[in-house]
Unconditional design. Sequence first.
Length: 679
Amino acid sequence: MNELKHATSPYLLQHAQNPVHWRQWGDSAFAEARERDVPIFLSVGYSSCHWCHVMAHESFEDAAIAGVLNENFVNIKVDREERPDVDAVYMQAVTALTGHGGWPMSAFLTPDGKPFFAGTYWPPEPRHGMPGFRQVIDAVAEAWRERRDQAMASADKIATTLAAHASGQSESDLDLGVADDAARLIVEQAWDRQHGGFGRAPKFPQAMTIEWLLHHHARTGDTTARDAAVQALHAMAAGGIHDQLAGGFARYSTDATWLVPHFEKMLYDNALLLAAYAAGASATGDQALADVAASIVHYLDTELATADGVLIAATDADSEGVEGRYFVWDDAEFREVVAAAGADPDTFAAWFGVAPGGNWEGTNILHTPRCLNEFVADQGLDPDEFAGELPQVRAALLAQRAGRVPPGADDKILTDWNALAVRSLVIAGRLLDEPAWIARAVEVADTVHSLVQVDGRLHHSFKDGHVGAPGFLEDHAYLALADLELFSATGDERWFARGLALAEAVHERFHDEATGDWYQTAVDAEPLFTRPKQTWDNATPSGSSVMAEVCLLLADLTGEHRWRERAEAAIAVHQEAARTMPTGYGWLLRNIEALAAGRRQVAIVGQQGPDRHALERMVYADLRPGTTTVVAPADHTEAVPLLAGRFERDGRSAAYVCHDLVCASPVTAPGELQDLLDA
């Protein structure tokens, strides 16, 4: 029978009525496979995955296919967002076997968990050169019965190969020239100069790449890197990937022009994009980019926030079983709503790219094909009048849309994704002088700590009053970084203590002594057929890349060189891959920029007020790679070494600037601070 009715995961519950006898991941499922002497069919996906829904409807709801699965396999369904470790190890196998990955992920395992055959989506019947899923499961079942020795040999070979890949030693010395080489490569080979962004369709936001390129420009003055990053930000903001009414971004665009999104919205994408847009606004002074950052914060608070103040994981692409139905517009409905709002339908149809025949499958995805200044000039409009009408029209369209059946929401709380949001709220709040965003970050972080820490251990998720799996590397590293960023912004030493404790736990329980980076699972975690290690910055940053940044921050805050040594060792492991595949290592490359710029520490001490604020704004007038800035109250303790002996001067807020912990005399005037920062 199907056991998913007992699950808490929204994704697993979506499959609770399938005729497939689904089991949850666990020892009992593997014991059953051994007892029945059958292989395991493992299906991995997530709640907002469109093609997961398609395969479920086509195959997992089909009684005949379910019968074959139930007779020949033990069938396990996994939510990749709840068990990223399971997803990671088997996605490596899928990629090794097929040359590509994706979801839904479909893998066939021996009863001891080793994969011997795998793929992603299969249609129920042969289509476009793809085998049908019924053919696949019949062939795998037959191979297990008749040619098991080949299946077992394949499983052993895959396990050996992946284990060797995870444990290979790095012999590279740190090379800070990697960032320059990678920047040249990305603008020469990956930058889409026509449409903005990087690579071909489907196009992903590449927020980490954008943030890194902006830091590269700040360090080197490379205007081409800045132009590539800023063009991408503007192109995405104007496209259908950006929700023009409610804010927030979809996961990716199916086309090269950013018009047609895959309509699901993920917390992690929007968290990463918030930091990227804030960095873009800081680097250019462009208010339009700052407005997009503000709209992302609004989206987080209105569509993803819970009553507790934390943030849920995602919203779906589908509504009423149709992809994008909630978001698209019929021309007549659009015009009717605009007219009722007292505005000219023709003008706003032109602004939002709405046409009678539609721009996607007979409907319209709202986008803004021209910038505002160009548009009002072409239309002969008064700029102030149009800008005044635009919020009213947006509000009217949003109200009309709210009457539709909304997409489903995945309301589990993920530690790592919430921590990414905290970090971005702090970064954006400091860059754009929005203290309310930092206060919001404090609220999220406090609640996350209270929900997911049980008996002194961090956990990965929280749902319906219960924590999920023990925390993975990403949970510890992301939350440690969020805590340390909060300490830097507020001077509240509880955040330093929390971040330091998490970092110490990571080094004790996740570190790979042979290579210098970190495993995804703790030394005492549930053993899988190989111990997973996320080596690159994919949709979310690698835990090792984030942990390297944590170590650099701790080196600055504590003066303990061991933290910097750990960061440099971890970065060196993956630097050659970053040199040749830069879009896969954006976070790591930003760490290299920070090292190449030279580490600098700034402590600003004083009571909250105009003097302290002026010093802080001087630091954040520009992006400053390699600079750790702590703002602390005048009555701080000396528990954090960077703040030891640093207090106000003559009753005024003071700034202390150090280069690799060698410090200049304190200053109290913003101009004096500017001179030290420019030195």
